[in-house]
Design a binder for this molecule. Structure first.
Ligand code: FAD
Ligand code: SIN
Length: 546
């Protein structure tokens, strides 16, 4: 093992959500020196906003086999079964790890209580603080990590250093002052979360700009399934206020959905009613909003009393009250919002990407476990299951993947490249990109809109400076890269499947039961590396001269 000095670490982890912190803590248990860089404060991550909980087959009537079946069913024909099996069978052990790290789950008489969420055939959602599961996890892990590993807050990773075909460190800058930093690493882990911010309306926090996908893509790694974004059906979207999630667990406790004209509409769409998979409920709402002309539908849990609601869903109950809505008396206006990035940096079940020394875990990774539509509460679980395996692969003698342990080749369409960028154009505002994505690459898509959008995004991308100067610029570039991957993936995928729905191809097609993989052409990866090297050299030169 190397020692943590002179800016070199065994493991450099980018991101301080559950994936990054859990990986860092696991690596410390093996004696590794670990640096975590994170672009905001330590606890600013999607993780802290997670409400419903973590799926694990812990109940007496439940089994990992049933959890696996539900995961595969929700994923609409694209779930990688081997990876999903690992996910479901290792769930209980990962929950035990969290308990060991100090996370206190909700219990009754000493037994963990299990909630219900859509498309699960059993109550299997472990939760904390009622609807504050993510907050409990984030606060527990960050408190422990601050004692165990080196953490640099407000430090944005801006590129992966690749030497002789292997990730060897990162370039970064301090987001407050712009000061450049660089760190050497035995291995680099992307744990940067999702890309929900590429959409106008999203449950994701500001940090979810898809940086990990953009960093990996620029480093030559493969990116998979970015056309699949999950839209959550029940967000509270009020003018001028941050979007707030109303957990699916509320429907799990019996809440019903009504159109604004009073029709209980899910009866028309799916036999599982309000507990149908998210993609189905979201499209049903979209259709009902078009039918009534309203910008929302209504969620009704008024058969429960206020004290029960305040105990089971303290955050949601309080937020609704702030907005003048009493869940015990009022139906809550809800509408869909971009929620989860199913695609990401392609990895095997050991977190390895297609670039040696570069790993990806959590929402930024694409292990294939979610297929075309993630089953509720499988995300927090995925972060830990594959981070654990990654750390064992790296630091535990005898563990490891064989070089050919990527996902089954038969399901891969073959790596393709993005459309060529077409001349220089004005740099867009982030809001312009997000509005375009919401309209054309959102819940309902079509070929014409996707084609126009893909070209527009390519032009905008060409107008971006190669090395943006500040956090806002970097994040806009990441959003553009992710948006291009999503739009061009959606354009190529001539079918409807899971969260990807096209009016011109409204059915799934067997020929499309495969993944779409994008990879930057080698020549461009080399050019970007040269550019990074030159920019850094020039900056160092300027610093010496000054
Ligand atoms: P995150 O928690 O998003 O952490 C990413 C980290 O990377 C952040 O610290 C960020 O600042 C940092 N970062 C990003 N880019 C850079 C960069 N360039 N340089 C340095 N740092 C960077 N899932 C469930 O399973 N159950 C739930 O109940 C649930 N509820 C949810 C509710 C909400 C409102 C949301 C938004 C999501 C929910 N999810 C839920 C999804 C789940 O929370 C996320 O998928 C999961 O937390 C992702 O964890 P992560 O560690 O991969 O990423
Ligand atoms: C929710 O609580 O509805 C979110 C759960 C999830 O995203 O898995």
């Amino acid at each position: 093992m190397t020692t943590a000095r002179d800016g070199r670490y065994d493991l450099v982890v980018i991101g301080s959500g559950i994936a990054g912190l859990y990986a860092a803590l696991q690596a410390r248990e093996h004696g590794a020196s670990v640096l975590v860089v994170t672009k905001g404060s330590i606890d600013e991550a999607s993780t802290r906003y997670a409400q419903g909980g973590i799926a694990a087959a812990l109940g007496p009537e439940d089994s990992p086999a049933d959890h696996l079946r539900d995961t595969i069913e929700a994923g609409a024909g694209l779930v990688d079964e081997a990876a999903a099996r690992i996910l479901c069978y290792e769930a209980a052990d990962r929950i035990a790890d969290l308990v060991r790290y100090g996370v206190r789950f909700d219990t009754v008489d000493g037994e963990i209580t299990l909630g219900r969420e859509a498309a699960h055939s059993a109550s299997r959602i472990v939760h904390a603080r009622g609807d504050g599961t993510g907050l409990e996890i984030e606060l527990s892990l960050s408190a422990l990590a601050q004692r165990e590993v080196t953490i640099l807050e407000h430090t944005l990773a801006s590129s992966i250093v690749v030497e002789d075909g292997r990730a060897a460190g990162i370039e970064a800058f301090t987001s407050t002052t712009g000061e450049r930093r660089s760190f050497g690493a035995g291995n680099v882990v992307l744990a940067t979360g999702g890309a929900g911010q590429m959409y106008r309306t999203t449950t994701n926090p500001d940090v979810s700009t898809g940086d990990g996908v953009a960093l990996a893509y620029a480093a030559g790694a493969e990116v998979m399934d970015m056309e699949f974004t999950q839209f959550h059906p029940t967000a509270l979207v009020l003018p001028g206020q941050p979007v707030f999630l109303i957990s699916e667990a509320v429907r799990g406790e019996g809440a019903l959905l009504y159109a604004t004209d009073g029709v209980r509409f899910m009866e028309r769409y799916d036999a599982r009613l309000e507990l149908a998979p998210r993609d189905i409920v979201t499209r049903a709402e979209h259709a009902e909003m078009a039918r009534t002309g309203a910008d929302h539908v209504l969620l009704d849990i008024t058969d429960r009393d206020g004290s029960w609601l305040a105990a089971r869903f303290p955050q949601i109950y309080a937020r609704c009250l702030e907005a003048g809505l009493d869940m015990a008396r009022d139906r809550i206006p809800v509408s869909p919002a971009a929620h989860y990035t199913m695609g990401g940096v392609r990895t095997n079940t050991w977190g390895e990407t297609t670039v040696a020394g570069l790993f990806a875990v959590g929402e930024t990774a694409c292990t294939g476990v979610h297929g075309a539509n993630r089953l509720a509460s499988n995300s927090l679980l995925e972060t830990m299951v594959f981070a654990k395996r990654m750390v064992e692969r790296l630091f535990k003698a005898g563990e490891g993947a064989s070089p050919d342990s990527m996902m089954p080749p038969a399901l891969i369409a073959g790596a393709i490249t993005l459309l060529p960028a077409l001349g220089d154009h004005a740099v867009p505002s982030t809001d312009e990109v997000r509005a375009l994505m919401w309209k054309q690459v959102g819940i309902i898509r079509n070929g014409t809109g996707l084609r126009d959008t893909a070209v527009r995004l390519a032009r905008w991308h060409a107008g971006m400076p190669p090395e943006p100067f500040d956090r806002e610029g970097y994040e806009l570039r990441s959003i553009l890269v992710c948006a291009r991957l999503a739009a061009e993936g959606a354009l190529r995928r001539e079918e409807s499947r899971g969260a990807h729905y096209r009016t011109d191809f409204p059915e799934p097609r067997d020929s499309w039961r495969r993944h779409l993989v994008f990879r930057e052409p080698e020549a461009r990866v080399e050019a970007l590396r040269d550019l990074n090297r030159d920019t850094l050299r020039d900056e160092r030169q300027r610093e010496v001269t000054a």
